[in-house]
Design a protein around this ligand. Structure first.
Ligand code: ASP
Length: 309
């Protein structure tokens, strides 16, 4: 029997609509249902698919409540023996954050494919339908596993993917690691190992999201002021990620305030603000190989785990 692929809808440009078909910029994300998106791809007819609308938002507005709902729904479907994989339609803006959260919490042995689009569904040449078709092909591919991202024919690992372009159709990149594979006419050509790991567990995301730790990102730059950090600490921030210049250097004004934060038992993680590469050296800390956004998710999960203790 063909195993089922579940498609979870969360919104994004892939579900967006514009008043004019030639308009790829002035559109509203998260307008069309996931069932509607599937119906627009005739090549998917006849496959064993099941759709669920988990949310309907522009992913710039992604929030903890939606993350909690999405992770719980995903966990439920992955546990089903008749389900072979899951596809999640999502906006591109925060997709890498959601991908990392889901990989760390669930580390699924089945494929979970996040898919998006750079043009709204009403565009003259919308990219969403092809991306959705490719994502389902990835979810059905033998040996596919872990949380990955399918866009513009390329497949990225949750741990490597970053949105690097605001407009081009191939908006994502996997940096030095390179893509996991490519999708060509419905066929997945793989290049390397797919995401694996030990799941932190869904229990971590239980409970009232209003009580989840508050983690902010501060950036080091010319003229940086430690006052920004002091204001965050005074307001009750629980953790800080500093997007440092180059190989982890931090403006002296910011560093002084970050030292005060550490003295007040507020964890401070350092990563680079460079678009690629990792911090190199000794004592670089847990976020050395992470983007600021990924590090923020990781620190959030670390703080949740410490509370669960
Ligand atoms: N703002 C949109 C979103 O993230 C952008 C996109 O999907 O490409 O939902």
């Amino acid at each position: 029997m063909q195993s089922k692929i579940v498609i979870l809808g969360t919104g994004g440009t892939i579900a967006g609509t514009a008043a004019n078909p030639h308009d790829n910029v002035a559109y509203t994300a998260g307008q069309r249902s996931v069932a509607d998106l599937l119906a627009a791809v005739p090549a998917l007819a006849g496959l064993s698919l099941e759709a669920e609308q988990v949310a309907q938002l522009d992913s710039k507005d992604m929030d903890f409540a939606t993350w909690q709902r999405l992770a719980q729904s995903l966990g439920r479907h992955l546990a089903r023996s008749d389900v072979g994989g899951v596809v999640i339609t999502h906006g591109t803006d925060t997709l890498e954050e959601t991908a990392w959260l889901l990989q760390r919490v669930l580390a699924p042995s089945k494929p979970v494919v996040l898919v998006a689009a750079m043009r709204p569904s009403t565009a003259l040449a919308a990219d969403g339908p092809q991306n959705l078709l490719d994502a389902v092909a990835v979810a059905r591919a033998p040996g596919a596993r872990g949380v990955v991202v399918a866009l513009a024919g390329r497949v990225h690992a949750a741990g490597d993917v970053r949105k690097v372009r605001p407009y081009r159709l191939d908006a994502f990149d996997s940096g030095d690691a390179g893509v996991l594979g490519v999708v060509e006419e419905g066929h997945l050509r793989r290049f390397r190992d797919w995401p694996a790991g030990v799941p932190l567990g869904l229990a971590l995301l239980e409970g009232d999201v209003a009580r989840w730790p508050w983690v902010e990102i501060v950036t080091s730059h010319a003229g940086a002021r430690g006052d920004a950090v002091r204001a965050l600490c005074a307001a009750g921030v629980h953790g800080l990620v500093v997007a440092a210049t180059g190989n982890g250097t931090v403006h002296q004004s910011l560093q002084a305030a970050l030292d005060e934060a550490v003295a007040a038992a507020i964890p401070v993680w350092r990563c680079t603000r460079c678009a690629g590469g990792v911090l190199v050296g000794t004592d670089v800390g847990p976020a050395a190989a992470m983007s600021p956004w990924q590090a923020r998710v990781e620190l959030l999960l670390t703080l949740l785990a410490a509370r669960a203790g």
